[in-house]
Design a protein around this ligand. Sequence first.
Ligand SMILES: Nc1ncnc2c1ncn2[C@@H]1O[C@H](COP(=O)(O)OP(=O)(O)OP(=O)(O)O)[C@@H](O)[C@H]1O
Length: 262
Amino acid sequence: MNVLEIAGLTVDLPAESGRTRILHGVDLALQPGRIHGLAGESGSGKTMTGLAVLGLLPPGAATMGQIRLGSEDLLTLPPRQLNALRGRSVSMVFQDPSTSLHPMLSIGHQLTDHLRHHLKLDRKAARRRAVELLGQVRIPNPEEALRRYPHQYSGGMRQRIAIAIALACEPKVLIADEPTTALDVTVQAGVLRLLRRLCDDLDLAVLLVTHDLGVMSAIADDVSVMRHGLVVETGARGQVLTDPRHEYTRSLLDALPGRSTA
Ligand SMILES: Nc1ncnc2c1ncn2[C@@H]1O[C@H](COP(=O)(O)OP(=O)(O)OP(=O)(O)O)[C@@H](O)[C@H]1O
């Protein structure tokens, strides 16, 4: 069963000479408890696909197609309803956790604000839930962490905290856009394992945007490959990464060091 279904998504952005089409009819389906990797070269439209789901495309963007979440088409929802949905049913983790965490506010402040705003929890309940969330993403001493500030944590820990905030409202869908790209290689594996565990435990549907096929082969269940604003190949990870059908996927794999599908 698909929790999120993107069908024929096109996105036009304003350009000097009128409009430029950056997505040309993207099809993509996410299932609960599965990580769907979205690969492709820089500029192929991976990030724009994620932003379209969240209704966060650049100003002046025009869309066609459908993004179905349950019975709703996110592309036709009025802004207020889309706002309510964002961060609740669908949430996002970005490459650089310092862009999603406020440097001047304590971790507790940021987490409880989010919980009180979206879930209308009282102070005590929000605090309890915040401690639980920090434990879930394996932040040591969650009670104490509430009083600390983002700069007191390493990049990997900050990304875990950003993931905790993204999960605060128990979303059905998590979009993770290059979540480990800014991290040390040694820390990357831990964050990927965390995403895997959360996906399994919470039955989350995860869209993992990454240009790194190594990351993809480590944790994705399904893989889609984008090129020039289109998904050119979709399938189970094993099939796409070992027996690609599309020539472009083959060329991406052949470009990996020490690897050839020929
Ligand atoms: N704010 C913007 N205004 C206009 N065009 C944009 C904007 N942001 C991105 N684009 C264009 O949209 C296309 C898709 O970009 P997108 O960021 O989705 O690619 P990507 O696959 O995520 O690449 P990367 O791996 O480099 O992040 C590119 O051609 C890009 O130049």
